[in-house]
Design a protein around this ligand. Structure first.
Ligand SMILES: Nc1nc2c(ncn2[C@@H]2O[C@H](COP(=O)(O)OP(=O)(O)OP(=O)(O)O)[C@@H](O)[C@H]2O)c(=O)[nH]1
Ligand SMILES: [Mg+2]
Length: 296
């Protein structure tokens, strides 16, 4: 039998906030490695997810939704996108097919000028009629993308076509990561992110966007892992909201985050969560560093 060659490469996922980039990477990897919420600007850092086939490996790079930065954290998020674009072999530009904005039009135009192998992904297929999809797809039809793929990251419809398309366009290359490694995110970072996801779920307006999570202790024992974490927020009034009446909101955030952690890692977790006020942390270089928002 002829020896088959192995193909591999890095593929960045970019697009406006909230279009479903992280939902898509989770779907492709088959594990929840990137947090998801209905609020824009959920993802803050670039992170990798690994997808394996018999003869190929694709390293997917999730990025924060691109927006005009107003804080140092925003600048870091923007820099994370630039960083993610370095050394890639392919690019997925994601739009929400049910809601294309002028910002999307600009991004799609800008990214279409890149030399990499490029896929324009029309996500949220489940929210549009076939007629509407045709209209939306007609708009960008003449742009120089290598393929145009409608899919639903939520239901999985159309995702196989994307996998087929990407995997057949990866260059010859090595298996960059071991087959059992799904992400480059350390467990502690995944835990901090899950806490932030539950905060995004249970809190409103600017409160969740001002939250940063620090893991203070992460101790693995035989039957359980003990985690102490602090949620930083920017105002005293936010702290009261996060804690909630009789500590109810905080308890809920902690409980749901713990359940997700146990599901992801398969071990028992004991989680203790605190809330602290740290005014202006999103504009403090030192605080950003403490919370892991640094380009590596
Ligand atoms: N109906 C539907 N909803 C989707 C689909 N994909 C994502 N969503 C929802 O869209 C919202 C945003 O999803 P995310 O994956 O967090 O979007 P994102 O592009 O990573 O957002 P940022 O990290 O903020 O840039 C969430 O409420 C998802 O559940 C889809 O295919 N169909
Ligand atoms: Mg995201």
């Amino acid at each position: 039998m002829a020896e088959q060659t192995f193909h591999s490469g890095f593929t960045a996922i970019v697009g406006s906030p909230n279009v479903g980039k992280s939902t898509l990477i989770n779907r492709l990897v088959g594990e929840k490695i990137s947090i998801v919420s209905s609020k824009p600007q959920t993802t803050r850092s670039r992170l990798m997810g690994v997808m394996n086939g018999d003869q190929w490996q694709i390293v997917l790079v999730d990025t924060p939704g691109v927006n005009r930065p107003r804080t140092r954290l925003g600048e870091f998020m923007e820099a994370s996108v630039t960083e993610a674009m370095k050394g890639i072999d392919a690019l997925m530009v994601v739009v929400d097919a049910s809601h294309i904005t002028d910002r999307d039009r600009q991004l799609v135009q800008d990214f279409s000028a890149r030399k990499d192998y490029k896929v324009l992904v029309y996500n949220k297929l489940d929210l549009v009629t076939p007629q509407k999809l045709l209209e939306v797809m007609a708009e960008f039809r003449d742009l120089p993308f290598d393929s145009f793929i409608p899919l639903s990251a939520s239901t999985g419809e159309g995702v196989d076509a994307l996998i087929q398309d990407l995997s057949s366009h990866m260059p010859i290359g090595p298996r960059y990561f071991p087959e059992d490694m799904v992400t480059d995110q350390p467990e502690q970072v995944l835990c901090a992110e899950l806490i932030r996801e539950k905060a995004l779920l249970h809190l409103r307006e600017e409160v969740p966007h001002g939250i940063g999570v620090e893991i203070l202790r992460f101790e693995k024992h035989k039957n359980t892992t003990e985690i102490d974490a602090t949620m930083y927020c920017e105002k005293e009034s936010h702290k009261r909201i996060i804690i909630g009446k009789g500590g109810q909101t905080l308890r809920q955030i902690g409980q749901e985050a713990r359940e997700d952690m146990e599901q992801l890692f398969g071990y028992h977790i004991y989680l203790q969560l605190w809330v602290k006020v740290r005014p202006g942390w999103r504009n403090s270089a030192d605080d950003l560093k403490t919370l892991g928002y640094v380009i590596k």
